[in-house]
Design a protein around this ligand. Structure first.
Ligand code: SAH
Ligand code: SF4
Length: 359
C-alpha cells in the first residue's frame, strides 16, 4: 500500500501541508481552503467532514468521496490501577493492530506512540522484538495515535503535552514516515507541539542518527544502549552486530555536534547481566566527552526472556557509580507495568480481516 492512499481514498493525515493544498487546488478550490482543512485536522481534531462548517457543503462532499480521515479504531483499552497510565490497542486500516500508551504525570500528558507494527531488530528482552516486523506504519497512522489521545484529553480540558516515539518498532527504520509525523505534529499552524517535547528512541541505527542530525530539529534523541561492551550488546541488542559501539558513539558525537542537544541513553537494568561494575566502568568510559544523560529503566518482565530486574540494591549501586563518576542520570519511574504497558511490553495482534476487506 503506498503512503497516502487506502483503496481509492486518500488518507488526509498521510499528507503534508503542500499536499493538502495541492489536493484542494485539484478540486478547484482557492489556497485558503487548504489552510482551513489543515486547521480542522490539526487544531480542531475533526473526525468527520460534517464538522467542517466553514467549508462549502459541496466541497465537504467532494472530500468525503475522495479522502478519509485516519482514525484508529479502539479494540481495547485498559487503565493502570493508579489510573495514571492507559494502554489502547488500536486497529490499523488493515488487519494489524498496535498498542499505544498515554501517561499522566503531574503536569505532563505524554503519548508513547508506535512507529511500526512489531519490530525487526529482535532484542530478546522486548516483547515487541519477539514478534518480528509486521509492517511499517504510515505517517498518518503515527500521527493518529497522538491525536487519538489528544481528543480524549480534550474531553476533560487537558492537552497532550509530550510525545515519545518509544512504543512499538524502530522509528529510524521507518525514517520518512516518522520524520513526516514529527514535522506535522510540531507545525505551529496546526497541532503546535514544541519540538523539545518530542523524544525519539532508537536502538542505534547509525545512518538514521546521522541523517536526523541534519534535519534542523530540536527533538530529544534517546539511544537504547543497555550494554557498553560489544560482546554483551551483540546479545542484548542484535543491531549492534551491524553498528557496533564505536560507530554508534561516533554518530552520537556527530549528533551532539550538529544539534547542540544532549543525547539520552536508555539502560534497562537486568540482574547479573548489565548491572555489573565492569559495565558501569565501560559506560562511563564511553560517555567521556559527550553531552549525555543516562536513563536507568527498571527492567520489565517479559514472557520468553529469563532475565529479571536488578534488585533495588544493585540498581542503587549502579546509580551511585554513575554519580561518583559525574555522569548525569535519572532512574525512570516504572509505569503501567500492571497492564503490560511498560517499556518493552507492547505487543500487537493481527485481527481477522473484515469480510470484503481489500487488504
Ligand atoms: N526501538 C526503539 C524504540 C522503542 S523504545 C528502541 O529500542 O529504542 C522502547 C524502550 O524500552 C527501549 O529503550 C527498549 O530498549 C526498552 N525496553 C525494551 N524491553 C524492555 C523491558 N523488558 N524492560 C525495560 N525496558 C525495555
Ligand atoms: Fe525493537 Fe526497540 Fe524492542 Fe529492540 S527494544 S526489539 S529495537 S522495539
Amino acid at each position: 500500500m503506498s503512503e497516502g492512499v487506502t483503496g481509492s481514498k486518500v488518507e488526509l493525515y498521510d499528507l503534508n501541508r503542500p499536499e493538502i493544498e495541492a489536493l484542494l487546488s485539484e478540486l478547484g478550490e482557492p489556497a485558503y481552503r487548504g489552510h482551513q482543512l489543515w486547521e480542522w485536522l490539526y487544531v480542531h481534531l475533526a473526525t468527520d467532514f460534517t464538522e467542517m462548517t466553514n467549508l462549502p457543503r459541496g466541497l465537504r462532499q467532494a472530500l468525503a468521496d475522495r479522502t478519509s480521515i485516519t482514525t484508529l479504531q479502539v479494540m481495547s483499552s485498559i487503565c493502570s490501577s493508579d489510573g495514571e497510565t492507559r494502554k489502547d490497542s488500536l486497529r490499523l486500516r488493515d488487519h494489524n493492530a498496535i498498542e499505544t500508551v498515554l501517561m499522566r504525570y503531574q503536569r505532563r500528558r505524554t503519548a508513547c506512540i508506535s512507529t511500526q507494527a512489531g519490530c525487526p531488530i529482535g532484542c530478546p528482552f522486548c516483547a515487541t522484538g519477539q514478534m518480528g516486523l509486521h509492517r511499517n506504519l504510515s505517517s498518518g497512522e503515527i500521527i493518529a495515535q497522538a491525536l487519538h489521545f489528544a481528543r480524549i484529553l480534550r474531553t476533560t480540558d487537558e492537552r497532550l503535552t509530550n510525545v515519545v516515539m518509544m512504543g512499538m518498532g524502530e522509528p529510524l527504520l521507518n525514517y520518512d514516515a516518522s520524520l513526516a509525523a514529527i514535522r506535522r505534529l510540531v507545525d505551529s499552524e496546526g497541532f503546535g507541539l514544541g519540538q523539545r517535547r518530542i523524544s525519539l528512541s532508537t536502538a542505534g541505527v547509525v545512518p538514521g542518527i546521522r541523517r536526523l542530525a541534519g534535519e534542523g530539529l530540536e527533538i530529544t534523541l534517546a539511544v537504547s544502549l543497555h550494554a557498553a561492551t560489544d560482546a554483551l550488546r551483540n546479545r542484548l541488542v542484535p543491531l549492534n552486530r551491524r553498528y557496533p559501539l564505536d560507530e554508534l558513539f561516533e554518530a552520537c558525537h556527530y549528533y551532539v555536534m550538529r544539534t547542540h542537544r544532549r543525547v539520552s541513553f536508555e539502560w534497562a537494568l537486568i540482574e547479573g547481566e548489565n548491572d555489573t561494575p565492569e559495565q558501569v566502568s565501560a559506560l562511563v568510559a564511553r560517555l567521556a566527552g559527550l553531552q549525555a544523560h543516562v536513563n536507568l529503566i527498571p527492567f520489565n518482565a517479559v514472557a520468553g526472556y529469563r532475565g529479571r530486574a536488578s534488585s533495588p540494591h544493585r540498581l542503587a549501586a549502579f546509580a551511585s557509580q554513575l554519580e561518583r563518576r559525574g555522569v548525569r542520570h535519572t532512574i525512570r519511574t516504572r509505569r503501567g507495568v500492571d497492564i503490560g504497558a511498560g517499556c518493552g511490553q507492547l505487543v500487537c495482534c493481527q485481527t481477522p480481516a473484515p469480510a470484503g476487506s481489500r487488504d
